[in-house]
Every structure is written in C-alpha cells, then in structure tokens.
Design a binder for this molecule. Structure first.
Ligand code: KG4
Ligand code: ZN
Length: 341
C-alpha cells in the first residue's frame, strides 16, 4: 500500500499543489505562477500575492487530484509549508491544509520551506547517502547545511547580506533585464565571456562558511554607472556572464571547503538558484573529481514547488510528527526549530 501525501506550497509568489506517493512518485505537481502579475512592479507585492493564492488554491487542488487520478479518500496526509515566507501568503496554505486534514481525518504535516527545498533531492534520489552537505540557494536564503542524518540540521554558514537569488534579482534589475533576475541573467550570460569584466569575490575570514554578495552587487552597479557617465557601452552578455561566474565561484568554493572539513557522504544543491546551469556544472566538475557524490534536482524541482513539500511531509508522516490543529504560519521559521513549537 502506497502512502499518498498532498503537498501545498504558498510561501511566496507561486501557488503550488502536488500529490506524491511514497515520497518519490510524483502523481501531480501543479504550479500557478504569479510572475506576470508581479513583473509590472519589479518584484513580489505581498498583498497581491496572498489574494491571488486565495483565488487559485481550490481550483488547483481539484485539478491536482484529477491529474493524479486519486480521490480525496485516498489521501493519507496533508503537508504544508509553515514558513519561512510572506505571512499573508503562508496563511492561505496553512489554513487550507488545516481545513483539509480536519475534513479528511488525516495527519497535518508542517514543513519548513528550506527543509522542503533540501528534500527535493530525496524526491529524485531517495537513497541519497547521509551525512549530507546541502547548499540552499534561493531568493531569501543562502544557507550551507550539514545533515548528519535525515531531519537533523547543522547550519555551517549563511549569507551576511543578500541571498544569492536576491543578488541575481537586484543585478538583473540594475541591468534592465527584468524579474525574476536569475533566469534572465542566465539567458543573457549564454552569449557572454565570464572573464570579460573583473569583479570581486568575497571569501571572508579563514575558516568561515558564510557568504557575502553585496560587494559584488555594488561593483556591478558601479560598473554600469561608470559606463553611463563615460558614454562607453556595456556588453550585457559579458557583464551577466562575469557576474554569474563570480557568484558560482564563491558558492562552489565554500561548499568544497566545507566538504573537505566535514567529509559528507554526498553533496546536494537546493533552492531556485540551484536551477542555474553554470552553478550545477561547476559543482559537478569540481566535487566529483574530489571524490564526492553530488546530487542536483532537475531545475523544475529546484524552484518553488509542492512536490518537495509533499516529500518532506512524507518523512514527517513516517516519523509520526503530526502537527496540531492550532498550527500557525511563521514568517521567519528556522529550519532547526520543531515545526509547531
Ligand atoms: O527557491 P525559489 O524558487 O523561491 C524562494 O524560496 O526564494 O528561488 C527564487 C530565486 C529567485 O531569486 C530567482 O532569481 C532565482 O531563484 N533563480 C535563479 C535561476 N532560477 C531562479 N537564479 C539563477 N539562475 C537561475 N536559472
Ligand atoms: Zn523557495
């Protein structure tokens, strides 16, 4: 008998619902993106996001069950992102999940959004060996975690200023490439020379696994301002490729330094920025020859989705970690925190 988990994700600007069997068989994985709605503002507008989640979620639930070919009575548990994220957006998912779990009489499974990003790896590689070193790079986070075993998290380092995705988004905006910035920079960089524009890399103190992207971002902004002042043109593909290369080098260098220190059984990438092909390529080409097994989820499972939430919820289901009906959304939920404490 399979265990079928319904996953709900509404932490930011994607309304997502998925149905996953046994933590690794995706029966349905639907995402209603709000990108076009927010693009006119150059970023996510929280009030607009929560209203759109509310309008979309019920329709998406019906469609996900239909696509999965399962009935409501076959759902064994309802997993939902409890945080971190935008409070108004999270609330739509949490309230929907509570109502469903109550009505169906099945466990409510509270999932941390970063935990879900990490579990995207187990969704595609359930046998991924632990201890695991996982870099979570998203719009809000750049966190390097060491997981001695499933469900146990040690934060080795994190960004001291901008998240990697945030740096992509801000630099893309300064370059006039639009929102979201990561994919736009990756596209622009495709025809560029990554060595064309010299840009700084910040490695911080010896032994630190923290990151810093604000100096790099400022260097790009200054470069653009100088080019405008002096009337010299900017080769956008070269600048995009050089910026992307600097981010990738800083990320991969820190992951490898940490891997040498903690000797994990495998290394994984997670979060929206992990969809970046240059990052995936660089990590694979440097970590595998050094003897590390590397796993990277397919790009569509790196960016926000509900299949990863259902997968993380499945492991909580197996451990009997049911959340109470008093569950509330927590905008700044830490991954080490028990999901409902
Ligand atoms: O994980 P995610 O979908 O949402 C958050 O939890 O934040 O990550 C979104 C971030 C955005 O900053 C976006 O620009 C970035 O991931 N991103 C990328 C790529 N695709 C998305 N960054 C670089 N290259 C990409 N291909
Ligand atoms: Zn995310």
């Amino acid at each position: 008998m399979s265990v079928i988990i319904l996953g709900i994700e509404t932490s930011c600007d994607e309304t997502a619902v998925a149905v996953v069997a046994d933590g690794n068989r995706i029966l349905a994985n639907l995402i209603a993106s709000q990108i076009e709605l927010h693009a006119q503002f150059g970023g996510v507008v929280p009030e607009v996001a929560s209203r759109r989640h509310l309008e979309t979620i019920n329709l998406l639930l019906d469609r996900a069950l239909e696509e999965a070919g399962v009935s409501w009575s076959q759902i064994d548990g309802v997993a939902v992102t409890q945080g971190p994220g935008l409070l108004g957006s999270l609330l739509v998912g949490v309230m929907t999940a509570k109502a469903l779990a109550f009505a169906l009489g099945v466990p409510l499974l509270a999932v941390n959004h970063l935990e879900a990003h990490i579990y995207a790896n187990l969704l595609v590689a359930p046998d991924l060996p632990f201890p695991l070193l996982c870099l979570v790079v998203s719009g809000g986070h750049t966190d390097l975690f060491f997981l001695p075993r499933r469900g146990e998290y040690r934060l080795l380092g994190r960004t001291r200023d901008d998240a990697a995705g945030e740096a992509f988004d801000k630099v893309a905006r300064a370059m006039g490439l639009g929102y979201p910035g990561g994919p736009a920079i990756e596209r622009a960089a495709a025809g560029g020379n990554p060595a064309a524009v010299p840009l700084p890399r910040a490695y911080l103190e010896e032994g630190s696994y923290d990151f810093s992207f604000s100096g790099l971002k400022t260097a790009v902004v200054n470069y653009l301002a100088r080019a405008e002042r002096e009337g010299t043109g900017v080769a956008l593909p070269d600048l995009a490729a050089s910026f992307q290369q600097a981010v990738v080098e800083m990320l991969v260098e820190k992951v490898l330094r940490a891997a040498e220190a903690v000797r994990p059984a495998s290394i994984a990438l997670a979060g929206g920025v992990a969809a970046n092909r240059a990052l995936r390529r660089e990590l694979l080409s440097r970590a595998e020859p050094a003897g590390f097994r590397v796993n990277v989820p397919p790009p569509a499972l790196c960016t926000d989705n509900a299949a990863m939430v259902a997968c993380a919820g499945y492991y909580r289901y197996l451990r009997g970690e049911t959340a109470p009906m008093t569950l509330n959304a927590v905008a700044n939920l830490e991954v080490e925190q028990a999901a409902w404490s």
